[in-house]
Ligand binder design. Structure first.
Ligand SMILES: [Zn+2]
Length: 414
């Protein structure tokens, strides 16, 4: 009969070894200590970071990390995640970078499949702080920091399992360690030239792109992690004037779309019809979600996807070389689009779906205001009312930063 090996520490190995090994390490031939691994700890919830994040500078003056932790409940009973800390594991003492209480977790943990418990006040639809037995969930995290970026993260997850054996009812686990990616963040030119462009559904806590996780080819991916939906207002603060169902009523419709860097075209589409604004098209195949799009390979493993352009306006085909600032098409309303806008995202592969979204920064832009929030943006885009703006935003010209959610910017040619 096979006898399973018992954990190292339980075997009483110390007695058989030199005494120094019992104090924390055996000695190598060169006299250096070999650390004894700590005893494994039962963790009712297991987890890992889905895609190593890359730090970047945001237009709010802070540096940021955006990533997801996949959590799975291994218990036969439901578990409640009562708190999460993100710690800097590369520094002695593992200082806390982010602390979420149970209510915060309820706004950031999205159980896979159906919600584990009925909706309750304060918890957005589709989110929950509870994972059912065996259930997986994705915890969407956003860290802000100043100074040097952490090199390694680890997460302390507080778990309550009321139906578990007494010793497992309240646990704090240290899981989901990840090396922070110290790679390059591409510096890009503007995708449009003009005033009053709004970075809608942009980084870092807007849900429609940052949390657009898709199960593709057997893996969860977030190609749109850092996508922006560029919209435009007139001097009157209105996104459209006139007939809401006519794409030409929208300020941005027909604006020139520019290459944000030199590159070569790896995919493009030019034949899909304009949709009627005001509602998303029904039964659209996923391959047509981006409408008339263009994917530009800008080198160093980075690709830029432009979506929803006007039929017949896309000027380049796969294999073509494009220079930064060249017009590649015109803003339209094709594919899965509810109003004319330009969707742009940077990713680590040529497929606009089956890639991971990666951060980028814009080399020069001027912030002239900020929309009060996503609800104010949706009201303006949906009904034509002027944008409600956030108070107290000062005009600032910035370089090499990511334009964050709901900022209104001017892009100049040059
Ligand atoms: Zn979009």
């Amino acid at each position: 009969m096979h006898t399973p090996r018992r954990p190292f520490a339980v075997l009483g190995v110390c007695a058989a070894l030199v005494l120094s090994a019992c104090g924390g390490g055996e000695e190598n031939g060169d006299g250096t200590a070999v650390p004894v691994p700590p005893d494994p700890v039962l963790t009712p919830v297991v987890g890992s970071v889905m895609f190593a994040p890359t730090p970047f500078a945001g237009s709010d003056g802070a540096d940021h990390l955006v990533y997801e932790v996949s959590l799975t409940n291994f218990m036969r009973t439901p578990v409640t995640i009562t708190g999460v800390k993100a710690l800097d594991a590369g520094v002695d003492g593992t200082p806390e970078l982010l602390g979420l209480d149970q209510a915060d977790v309820g706004e950031r943990l999205k159980p896979t499949g159906a919600p584990s418990v009925p909706p309750r006040p304060g918890v957005p639809e589709g989110y929950s702080d509870v994972l059912a037995p065996g259930q997986n969930g994705v915890l969407f995290l956003h860290l802000k920091f100043e100074g040097a970026a952490p090199t390694k993260l680890v997460h302390e997850i507080s778990v309550r399992a009321d139906g578990a054996p007494p010793e497992m009812r309240e646990t704090t686990e240290r899981i989901a360690e990840v090396e922070v990616n110290d790679g390059v963040v591409p510096v890009l030119g503007p995708p449009l030239i003009g005033e009053h462009y709004i970075a809608a559904d942009a980084c870092c806590d807007a849900v429609r792109h940052t949390r657009a996780i898709l199960p593709l080819d057997g893996a969860p991916v977030v190609a749109q992690r850092y996508a922006v939906d560029w919209e435009q207002a007139g001097p009157d603060g209105k996104i459209f004037v006139g007939e809401a169902r006519n794409p030409a009523s929208y300020r941005i419709f027909g604006d020139d779309v520019l290459a944000v860097a030199d590159g070569s075209v790896v995919a493009s589409r030019n034949d899909l019809p304009e949709q009627v604004p005001g509602e998303f098209p029904a039964n659209l195949p996923i391959a047509e979600a981006d409408g008339n799009n263009l994917v530009l390979d800008i080198g160093d493993g980075f690709f830029v996807n432009y979506a929803h352009m006007q039929p017949g306006s896309v000027r380049f085909e796969p294999g073509d070389r494009v220079r930064r600032g060249e017009v590649i098409g015109k803003v339209g309303n094709t594919g899965n689009s509810v109003a004319p806008h330009l969707h742009v995202h940077v990713m680590n592969g040529p497929s606009f779906l089956m890639s991971q979204g990666v951060p980028s920064v814009t080399d020069l832009f001027t912030i002239t205001g900020r929309v009060a929030g996503t609800a104010a943006f949706d009201a303006s885009e949906g009904t034509g009312v002027p944008l409600e703006m956030a108070p107290g935003v000062t005009v600032s010209t910035q370089q090499d930063r990511m334009i964050l959610d709901q900022n209104v910017v001017t892009f100049r040619a040059g």
